[in-house]
Design a protein around this ligand. Sequence first.
Ligand SMILES: Cc1cc2nc3c(=O)[nH]c(=O)nc-3n(C[C@H](O)[C@H](O)[C@H](O)COP(=O)(O)OP(=O)(O)OC[C@H]3O[C@@H](n4cnc5c(N)ncnc54)[C@H](O)[C@@H]3O)c2cc1C
Length: 539
Amino acid sequence: MKLQVVWFKRDLRWEDHAPLAAAVATGQPVVALLLHEPSLWAQPVYSNRHACFEYESAAELAGTRPLLGELDIRAVNAPEGRETSNDAAEGRETSNDAAAGRGTSNDAAAGRNHLPFFYVAAEATEAFEALEAFAGIPIGAVYSHQEIGIETSFARDRHMKKWFKKRGITWHESPYGSVRRGLKRRDDWNAHWNEVMFKEPLVQADWALGQAWKPSPPWIDWAQAHQVERPAREAGVAQTGGAAWGHRYLRSFVAGGRGRGYMAHISKPEGARNHCSRLSPYLAWGNLSLKQVVRNLAETRSGELLAMRDARAFASRLRWREHFIQKFESEPRMEFEHVNRGYNQQTFSTSSAHLNAWKLGQTGVPMVDACMRSLNETGYLNFRMRAMLVSFGCHALNLNWKDLSAHLAQQFLDFEPGIHYPQLQMQAAVTGVNTVRIYNPVKQAEEQDPHGTFIERWVSELAPLPMPFRAAPWMLTEIDCVGYGFQFGTDYPAPLVDLTTALREARIRLYGAKKRPEVRAEKNRILEMHVAPQRKKRG
Ligand SMILES: Cc1cc2nc3c(=O)[nH]c(=O)nc-3n(C[C@H](O)[C@H](O)[C@H](O)COP(=O)(O)OP(=O)(O)OC[C@H]3O[C@@H](n4cnc5c(N)ncnc54)[C@H](O)[C@@H]3O)c2cc1C
């Protein structure tokens, strides 16, 4: 008899979880482990809001642990002592019981026990060493998804691979959705994505086959000594971690009507909060699998709950998700370097004053500041406004995307390395492949916030001003300022740069760089690696 360990990573759900199903199917004792690794959480991309989301997801896992083993009819009819499904759903269970995997006495008598789940603050080697020492039986195998993460987690995986091998422990890694490890060309990318999303079934573990490990007292003591502290919740971050919440967002978007008007609102910072799916943190932390969402949409579309245009646009974004993650998987150096090496000689501003003003939403450009303050407070911003923030930082201020990266990652509740780095570089125009997009924040305000309500909400200093001054207060004359009781440069900062000049200079700089031979040479290499053949021809 050997212990089968399910190592949870950013896949915090019980359903459609291939590693879990494989471990349960062995019929050997199973334990589930989620590690809160100090070395990973010390990285500048992670922040308290991520820790909170992970904690909430872990609490849900602890409160909804499946019962393993054959159902005994006598236990079902037993009059008392059974945990009700409501208790489990609401997480009413002491954390110690949850951690230790103590089921109720009737379940235990019936040979069924909750799958033990442990959420511990420890490095991977430390946790597995403790498990090895205290389990009482040898560790047979470890099951996890491949993690498409930052270099710190990849280095840990390389180390753990050797560590497991040395001890004769088999590590089964299931692919992360449609993403393929080390893929160098996209020849059959679409066919493979369709195969994974539509042809392969959702993975449902057969709980009846499983056997719950009975944790040993020394392991329970160790786990309790390494309990993860509950992080303080930030008032402005509305989304709560956990699969139940993910399903609620999905239902309200697809079937509940929130998704009607998806395309009409997708670029608007206020409208997108309600009409976009808001599924990104649930996908990023794995409360939902992409396949669950894709299937749900495919099944619901026939009921015509979403307009065809909205459903199609949403479906294509779901497809983009793993397209981007695959880019990062194929070329993870883009965490640190320009994906197009032709930009290595490019020079950038090193102004820390500009960088700090950008981070704080104090640039003196209202739409930029409103977006940044809203992101800093709530953890969410729609795609167009994320792109505009990067465009302003990289183009108008000529900052290096590398200097913007950690701040944005910390603020986005949905921080997903595989989307973050490729998107950041694309918007920063250092790929040499994509169309250069330089957003004018005043034009964006006119189009996406025509009444200035979003600016008013997040940059309340500008509330006394009507549009168009609210979006461009530098247009005020002295007499206007007197009329509105507004002191330009005191009530709100003057812009860091003259927008018209800065954007003109950016255009010259970026289009010039794109023509350089070293950038063009790299462009061909990038197309070869990251773009599917039919799109290469079109492009
Ligand atoms: C600089 C920058 C950084 C970004 N970083 C992240 C990130 O760390 N994590 C993240 O999930 N998204 C990121 N995005 C993509 C996009 O902005 C978000 O996915 C989207 O705004 C999330 O809101 P939603 O779930 O309501 O999206 P919806 O519009 O409802 O889309 C549904 C899902 O499709 C996927 N998706 C949507 N747009 C994109 C896109 N452009 N590229 C790839 N996948 C997409 C997401 O998983 C999203 O949850 C980034 C975009 C930019 C410009």
